[in-house]
Every structure is written in C-alpha cells, then in structure tokens.
Design a binder for this molecule. Sequence first.
Ligand SMILES: Cc1ncc(COP(=O)(O)O)c(C=O)c1O
Length: 439
Amino acid sequence: MSRQDYPDYESKSYELYLRGRNVLPNAGSRSSIQLSPYTLFLKSGQGKKVVDVDGNELIDFNNNYTSLIHGHCHPYVVEAVNDQIRKGTAFAFGSEIEIKLAELLCDRVPGFEQIRFMNSGTEAVMNGIKVARAITGRAKIAKCENAYHGSYDASEVSLAVEPTDLSRGDPVSKAYSAGTPQGVLNDVVVIPFNDVPNCRRILNEHGPELAGVLFDPFGSGMGRLQPTQEFIDLLDAMRDAHGLLLIADEVIAFRADYRGCMDHFGVKADITCLGKIIGGGFPVGAVAGSRNIMGVFDGGSEKARLPHGGTFNANPVTMVAGEISLRELTAGRIEQMNRLRQMLQSGLNDIAQKNSLPLAINHYGSCLNIFLSESIPDSPIVRADEELMDRFHVACLNHGLFIAPRGMVALSTVITEEDIAAALESADAAMRDVAAESG
Ligand SMILES: Cc1ncc(COP(=O)(O)O)c(C=O)c1O
C-alpha cells in the first residue's frame, strides 16, 4: 500500500480543493466527504481500490458509505450498464428492467408486494413518511433521537443532539439545520432509542396522532447500535394499539442479510425504505410494502392519493446495475463478507491491545464501527474519542486504508482474506502513529 503524508500542501488534492472552493461550498457537494484541512480528490476506483489525484492507492473499506456492495466497476455491472447506455438512459415511459428489479426484490423479501423507485435514500425516507401520512391522514411521525435517516427535514429532527441534551426520558424535538420550520419540529415526536419504558409512555401519549414510527434496524448515526428485540416488539405493539405504521429505514440495513434486516426480528414493517446497494452503485431509493399500502401511489387513470413524480425515477441505468448487483449478492456472498468482517474485528481488537489503545467495536453483518474509547458513545456528534478518531482516520489514509471518518467500515464482496490482512497491517501502522503522537 502506498504511503502518503496528509496534509500535503504541495499535493494535487490541495490544489483542487483551493480551486473547487471558488465554485463549490467547501469544495464539494456532500457533508460526509469533509476532511480537515482539505478534502481528498479521487481519480479512479477499481474493485477494492481507489486512487487519488496524486496517485496514492487506498484499499476501500468505505465503499461509498456502504453502497458499493461489489466494490468499484465490477465487470458484470460495467457490462450491464454499458449495454443499457447504448439502448437509452432515461425514458418518459416505463421499461421492463424496472419490473425486473421490482420482481427480484419482491421475490426476495416476504412482505414486499410492490416497489416504488426514486433516486436517493433521503427520498425513500421522505416518501415512506408521506405514505404513512397519506394512509392514516395523520401528520406526525415519531423517530429515534440521534438516528440518521438522510437529509429530509422531518427525518433530521434531533439528529446529532449533544450528550448534554440527551434527555433519556423525554427527548425534545431539536432542529438539525438552520431554518428548520417550527411546524416540522411540532410534527416530529422524538423517542429514546431502545428505551422501552419511556418509548411506551411517549408512544401511548402521542399514538393517536402518529402516522408512523420511523426507525433504523441498523442504528445508523448511533454507531450501528442495533435495536433490541424488545424495542422492535414494542413498536409492533404500538402499531396495533394506535393504528400507526412502522416505517423501517433499511437504506443501509438491507445489505446485512439476504432478506434485509427486519426478517431477523420476525416483525414486518408496513413500509420499508431502501437505497444504496439496490442501485448497484448508481443513485437510487425505493419504498416497498404490501399491495394495500403501496396502493396510495396507484390512482389508475385518476390522480393517486399520493402522486409521486421524478424525472430520473427508475432510470434504466440504475435499474440494470441494481438488478445484476442484487442477483449477484447471494446468501453465500453475504455470509462470506460477514465472516471477513469478523476476522477484521478480531484483528483490530488484537492490534489495539498491542498498541495500548482503547477500542470498542459495534458490528452488524458486513459493517462495523470503530470507537477509540472504552465503550460505544451515546451521541454521534460529540464523542469522547473524537480527536483520537480524527487522527486515526487520517493515519489510516496515510497508510493506504480508506475508512469513514467516524470509523465506519463497510466490506464488499470483492474483499478477500489477503485484503483483510493488508488492512490490518495499515490499521496497525496507523494505531502506532496515533499511540506515538499521544505519547
Ligand atoms: C439509514 C440511512 N437512511 C437514509 C440515508 C440517505 O440516503 P442517501 O444518502 O442516498 O440520500 C442514509 C445515508 O447514508 C442512511 O444511512
């Protein structure tokens, strides 16, 4: 693996950062790629590796924040997409490939009878909420404190509240972005994740006004903390008691198992929001549910109860990439990725011990989250290990390993045991640097 020395003010990345800043806020288009003092610019990705504009090679354990389940430019994705590009990239009528991907998802997941496609996980969550509102005629939704669900304003409420604000019993609805309307805050009831007695109390209090409860069976934004069975059972009971809908955000969670995440809990969500891997590396979102629920989108020749447009919805390029990617994501490959994640996790534990660094790891399926602290923190915004983690992240980049800044690791099907060994070597070198700097 190549060795670089970030920050390098002679680098091409820095030059592009300065140039980019003139025309792009902070030289980019997504908050999650920010890096201080400047973001890196990548030139290419192939399989498990990416190369930056300075020629540094990184083994990619970020995989575009979990969406590249088969790594970069997998030959079967490239072939399917090239073939489709020659046939047309966007049509203002349906295409058979859209039916094929929907059939594949419906065959795979019990409870999926119909699918509606869109272009991002954010849109999937937004539409999931709109479906619940359209069906129940109620405006409010409940969501878990600190849970990340993309950048729709209702689903951002109380994202990243600080530990001092964490109100175990009675969370308040807090704006995440400047300018969030008070009306949005009023319509979102915040519940404390996995806190069954307080959730029961809050949901019983607000239940009759709630269209649905939005939750992530993967704990995104919360260090991949998984909900307990008891918590999911409570949500299930609240659905029956108050006629609200369960909205499962499986935008990331879906990759964890062959039939997604909820199968594991034995509870069927009314609405499932999908994204990331179902687009085979291309922009995608989807809402899935029973024919009855999904009927809100279906007005026949009349206006639907929930009209839903989108110039690029179900564009054939995304659909072919998604179809081949999901078909190739067999139960065996998922098992293999999960086994390699386990191998990585035990290796990381060993090297942290060797370097006398604290380490806590949360995992699910083929993803894990690293914390350089004795335990998993409560809040995604202020972490006890923040400074250490920032240094570790940069040290990993400098030793050729690309993980997410907050320690998220997502494997892909093209990663092998040799890659895990190489990643552990890089992580070991990075931990040595961090330990040395900490004195
Ligand atoms: C759980 C969850 N929901 C929704 C989203 C939003 O998806 P997108 O970035 O495609 O809008 C994300 C993105 O990371 C996510 O992790």
